[in-house]
Write a protein of this length. Sequence first.
Length: 797
Amino acid sequence: MKNFYTFLTAMIMGSAAIGQNLVDLSLLSTYESGTFDEGAMEILAHDPVTQQIFCINADVDGIDVFDISNATNITKTSTIDVSQWGAGANSVSYYGGYIVAAVEADDVDVRGHAVFFDVNGNYVADVEVGYLPDMVTFTPDGQKVLVANEGEPNDEYTIDPRGSISIIDVSGGVMGVSQADVTELDFTQWDGQEDQLRTQGVRIFGEGPAMAGDLFFSEYGEGSSQNKYLEIYNGTGADVDLSQYVVRENFNGNFPWTGEFFFPAGTMLDAGDVYILAHEDADSMITMHADTLVVNPFSGGSSFVCSFNGDDVRGLFKIDATTGDTNCIDLIGYYDLANDSTFDPGSGFDVAGVSNGTQNHTLVRKSEVNMGNTDWYAAAGTDSLTSEFLVLPSNDWNDVGQHSFNSGSNPSSASQDLEPEYIAVSPDNTTAWAVCQENNAVIKIDLTNNSITAIVALGFKDWMDPNNVMDASNRSSAVEFKNWPIYGMYQPDAMDAFEHNGSNYIVTANEGDARDYDGFSEEERVEDLTLDATAFPNAADLQNEDSLGRMNITTTLGDLDGDGDFDELYCYGARSWSVWDENGVLVWDSGSEIGQQTFAAYPNNFNSTNDDNDSFKNRSDDKGAEPEAIEVADLNGSRFCFVGLERMGGVMVYDISNPMAPSFVSYFNNRDFTVDADQSGAGDLGPEDVKFISAANSPTNSPLLAVASEVSGTLSLYSIGGTIGLDDKARENALTAFPNPVVDVVNFNREVTGGVLYNMNGQAVMEVNGESADMSSLARGLYTLSVGDITLQILKQ
């Protein structure tokens, strides 16, 4: 293979563009932010009226604004600051003189916002959406804004908010949009159907935190003087209306309850938060955290709820919404239901072996407790091990206002686990699709009724299929495209939609992604697994690092019989892009073409990562070139798909005029591997988004492609067209082939003399002379025709 690298390098002559020049990309200009690998250039939107591009800059929590009226000189004009709405913007979209940004909150369990601006950067409106809004888009008619709320967990995986889709009605105009215009679609209707979804192929696999069964007392303070308080914790995973609860009180635990406290009307207790009732005269360290300060009736107040001693009892009750009856769900102290006249708790109740633990002490519920307890003596325990409480000294309030809750983990519910990331909308505005990448699924949305109609599993790619070959090791010295006994999860990132002959189709860039958190990780290398001896009789060879051993796979799939070893292997992504029908049925997949085409263009830098220009085969064990961005465009009577490659860089162009059989057109990459990746001039590294600008909307009156690259921090504009970028002489001498791809006979635009056709292994397979060549006897694959100092790539189908 070493000779092959040298041969191909000479043959390609350093060119980064291969193909037949049907759709050629020619770099017009690049704006360099000077910020390397900080997400300084991510998602972009174009305003054709003012010829501005708005681009997410994660490095400054803002939206950079660029003037592209002179396409050969991109100029940054301003930055829109979004920091007041949260931790930063993730996405931006344009329509009719306005942009909208999806802004995530500082904390994972706080909802984000959709924020509207005019094209001058002036604030217009904002509305609350779901947790971690990751993508936003106007519908083609501009009547609605759709937001994909990913709802990712925190790194400890102790908080996992629900994913959702927000639909914002802007038909009345962006200027008048309000919270009343927002409809949120979540997945709670599928809670309890997780096994059914898994059977269909939808990945529901997160280890979510165990939720509390209901509210409970998380802390109790019985200190000196009036330093009394009760803390109530909501660990249910959902916001709770406190009008459904009441706190009751009595003295010495004697029957009956002598008073009660109802929460102020409209009081909501957020998931993961606490509510504190405290005596008005308590220490300031307590009152500063209190939600309600209570005065007893003897001092003009209305409740004794925070006037208690160690021998008094407080109970938390839930009110039945239908009958109005109340049920006790937690107690501090023993309540004498038997009404025993001889019962006397003394000065207090023992807790965790501490005599009079409820007197002159602070009680803190242990973090592993996930519900209240109406059996006081069981909750109090006989020692520190059996008690549900930690007993702290009097006047110790260091933990008031927060509660540490970690009662283990449970399988995530469907509504927690599904994480929408990207949305595409049908041209007729009636249907939308949202990718749930880690779940390997697509959500279908009816925009007429604002409802989710289906969750569709995307299935798996069989890498034993002869059409699917890949180089799987970052340790082997040679590039080896071959079959492997492994399945790929499509796991798309970006997607787009189009209509063909009355039917809707979607296209996806099948990047792949794993859940890898401190609190939960599914990622493991094949070399570290136990493989089933029957399923993998050659396990030792497969687990070699030069073979499949370095491949990252998920541990959540593949143990078919539950015996602890793996009967099947599933890796992340499909190293491809795909066409699907509107119901999520696979129509076409690019198979191995992305890997083969990038290898043909860059044999010495194949599968490089995006932040290091000396990283040959670095990504072979992960997800290859990583198709990240995708865009469909109509051009010169044909329809094309542009696919941005996040790791390898560059854009692949396909003709999808027939969605059943797309054909490769060209691959262009302006990455310069001779320059250090973090230096100016290295080119576009890590394309995150590509946007087609039609001739009618272009400042040049010719079609353009805008590319935002997050690693290099660059924004580039490319002109699009056949043979664009060649001078007149080069156009005359250009050698083109048609049809390409070819099934049998390929024709040339001029007579060829002394041509040699080479396969992917660098072997000469045919001499070519004349105006055509019969390739019908050759195997399917990529071939290179060399004619003197001219080379041409031909794809044999």
